[in-house]
Ligand binder design. Structure first.
Ligand code: HEM
Length: 471
């Protein structure tokens, strides 16, 4: 139930009766991204918070970093908007309602403990070497679509690390990746065509039939993964990962299965939901950041050569593996990855349900409302300096060049519900880029990029990079 307060933020001007600003978004996913930028810029000009009527619902939209932090730290309940992902992800961590999330997040945090992640370095290296080998067929042949290579590789990596399963044995990966694309883009289509938002109208749509077919494939994959790992564990198969079994912490799926068997913490449906979130969160995100980072490095040859020089200084000019101790020394590479996530914030918008009145700097938002937090807008505020729209990894390394605000960078979100896989992602992405740049010189032109929102921010399909073997 919505309560009233007297310090409501302004309503975004230009709303139509009944539909509000919803008509502005009607169009393809590319159009949605352009309109999102337009609206968010208007809200920045209004002071960073506004109420935006969209069809039958009104959302508060926040672009101010401190107000975003207040909301993300105060309200841990996801907004009803996440319901559209529940037929796929159920009550897995990403979409779970607060009452379920609290207990599950506590139980699953240990799977992302640094001592577990450190055991993944072998897989991160072997997967990066596999990517380098596969890219060889594109070397010297002009522009190609690197997305297909990176994405499949990232999917296999999450399988071999957190899930303990080799997806190449399952022969389901390509079909799975297609189903993820359809699922995510139909979720956005349902949001835009707000008359399908209600489960009652949606039930009669073609979109639902399309989604159901994808969900069948997606759940078939997670069920197969769970069965495979279960039978390996009961058969005590000595897999590549059995060394983790001796440590205090277990990798994700082993932990979920152990907690289920010993404490009844998850039923079969909940096990599947956690696995669905781990597969999606663990591959599509890092793969997208790698995709954008390679395009940026190809567009800024000086930055690419600095990455190459740093890799040689830290790893030598041979071909040894990246080791755990090397990661903290790859400081320029880390700056490149953060700058890439700032420029292309792959989770552009988050949503929270306000379960209490929330007092911001200038307004009080009413309990019961929905709030959209625009992370991508925070990353483009004037506080980043006059070069905010330029790719400048150096800003992360020179004292005094970053905004004097701890909430100015929020690519992994803020607060207790922030990304559980942040360290995993940084470790795997650094290892991948180190191997790729050690072997190839990339050329690209980021100005040709066209972007779309498919839940995550993605490029519209295209052939963006060329690679040459380094001699
Ligand atoms: C560069 C890569 C990544 C980025 C930018 C990223 C970003 C985010 C963001 C912004 C959220 C908050 C979502 C929300 O509040 O709605 C989130 C949540 C989450 N991420 Fe990541 N993520 C990345 C990689 C990963 C990886 C590699 C994993 C798993 C191995 C992962 C697993 C999750 C999970 C399970 C959640 C839900 C957390 C919760 O609600 O408790 N992410 N991520």
């Amino acid at each position: 139930r919505k309560t009233r307060n007297t310090t409501e933020p302004p309503v975004l001007p230009g709303a139509w009766p009944i539909v509000g600003h919803a008509l502005r978004f009607i169009g393809d996913n590319c159009h949605v991204w352009n309109k999102l930028n337009e609206i968010v810029n208007e809200i920045v000009d209004l002071g960073g918070v506004a109420a935006v009527p969209l069809g039958p619902r009104t959302f508060y939209v926040v672009t101010d970093p401190d107000d975003s932090s207040t909301i993300l730290n105060t309200c841990l309940e996801k907004d009803d908007i996440y319901e559209i992902g529940k037929s796929y992800l159920g009550e897995g961590l990403l979409t779970a309602k607060l009452s379920i999330w609290k207990n599950h997040r506590k139980l699953l945090n240990p799977a992302f403990n640094q001592s577990v992640l450190d055991t993944f370095m072998g897989v991160f290296n072997s997967q990066s070497r596999k990517l380098v080998r596969e890219l060889e067929k594109e070397a010297g042949k002009g522009p190609f679509n690197h997305w297909t290579y990176i994405r499949l590789n990232a999917l296999e990596t999450i399988g071999l690390t957190s899930l303990g399963v080799d997806f190449t044995d399952l022969n389901l990966s390509t079909q799975y990746l297609e189903a993820v694309e359809i699922m995510l883009s139909t979720m956005i289509e349902r949001l835009i065509k707000f008359w399908w938002y209600s489960p009652y109208t949606f039930a009669f749509s073609n979109l639902k039939r399309k989604q159901d077919a994808s969900i069948k494939i997606l759940h078939n994959m997670s069920n197969t993964v769970i069965q495979k790992r279960k039978s390996e564990l009961t058969g005590n198969v000595c897999s590549e990962r059995s060394f983790i079994a001796g440590t205090r912490f277990k990798a994700f799926l082993d932990l979920v299965l152990e907690l289920s068997a010993e404490k009844g913490a998850f039923n079969d449906r909940e096990i599947r939901e956690q696995v669905d979130v781990a597969i999606l969160g663990g591959h599509d995100t890092s793969a997208n950041v790698l995709l954008f980072t390679m395009i940026l490095l190809g567009s800024y040859p000086e930055a690419q050569e600095k990455v190459f020089t740093e890799i040689q200084e830290v790893l030598g000019d041979g071909d040894r593996d990246v080791e755990k101790a090397d990661l903290s020394k790859l400081v320029y590479l880390e700056a490149v990855l953060k700058e890439s996530m700032r420029m292309f914030t792959i989770t552009p918008v988050l949503a929270r349900k306000l379960d209490k009145d929330v007092k911001l700097r200038n307004y009080t938002l009413s309990a019961g409302s929905s709030c959209l937090l625009s992370l991508f807008a925070i990353h483009k505020l004037p506080m980043w300096g006059p070069d905010v729209h330029e790719f400048k990894p150096e800003r992360w390394l020179e004292p005094g060049r970053l905004p004097d605000n701890p909430n100015a960078f929020a690519a992994f979100s803020i607060g207790r519900r922030m990304c559980i896989g942040k360290s995993y992602a940084l470790m795997s992405m650094k290892t991948t880029i180190a191997h790729v740049i050690r072997n190839y010189r990339i050329t690209a032109d980021h100005t040709k990029l066209k972007l779309k929102v498919d839940v995550l921010l993605k490029p519209v399909d295209g052939y963006y990079i060329s690679i040459e073997k380094r001699t």
